[in-house]
Design a protein around this ligand. Sequence first.
Ligand code: ZN
Length: 320
Amino acid sequence: MLNMSRRDFVVSTGLAAALGLNARLVTPAFAQKTPDPAKPFTTYKVGSAEVTAIYDGIWEKAHDPAFIANASVEDVKAAMVKAGLPADFVSIPFTVAVVKTGGKTILCDSGTGGQVQPTAGKLAANMKAAGIDAGKVDTILISHFHPDHIFGLMEKDTNKPVYPNAEIIVSDVEYKFWTDPAVIDKLPEARKGLARRIQAVFPTWKNIRQVSGEPEVAPGIRFVSAPGHTPGHRAFHLSSGSSQLMISNDTAYVPALVVANPGWHGAYDQDAPTAEASRRKLLDRVIADKIMICGYHFPFPGAGTIAKDGTGYALTVMKS
Ligand SMILES: [Zn+2]
């Protein structure tokens, strides 16, 4: 039961239905402990731009001594408690920001597509609830090519594009890294399948635009280079009037851990020292410029402010 896959879950709930049982009585080992937000979307303004944070779900990650190279599981548990979160797993929610600005609807990353964790994949339903028509998305900005950020672009099994009419904008560094045939041999086993899927899909799509550096990619939104998590990882900087928002994506991954302890090196960062340098630079910029920040894995709705706190930083998240 502990390693129950999504398929096992479907089979067991199907079996329960066949036996005339209430599927909810069959509680899988991964039953979600964190309640979904009462309202799965939150809209706020950044100048004249409208940002809607949309909940896709959560990964309640089991503790693993290899997760943070220079901190113990006990340290990780203590950091979760300090942030007001449960200690028995690492809370990794997924939140997609949709920005409406300059007459455009811009998606910031694409969610898990229900293909990463059985407790995530709610983006499409919650987008609809927020009144955002997926068919009217003009632009999708992709921070990096990890599954929880790109699988929402492609249908499960068929890889059919979910947004065939939107322009998908990606960093050229990230695109070249993952589509290089030689990368598969260099990647750890757990990432080889991801690279194969990317190589089978992205080069066949005509609506992907690669950009270099830190250009403006949508009205008032610029890419910000923040490598380390992956080679071409990007944050997105939104500016409207005198207001700004740093859409930090995975620069500060789980803030309870690495905003509080920016020197912690996570297994999820491909190049941990570079990721740490990018993180410190971005958090210092947000503090210096007194601007709001949001993060893909920040506690929902994921937007807040950063302050210095001893040797680290502290995040104050706005209420949903
Ligand atoms: Zn992520």
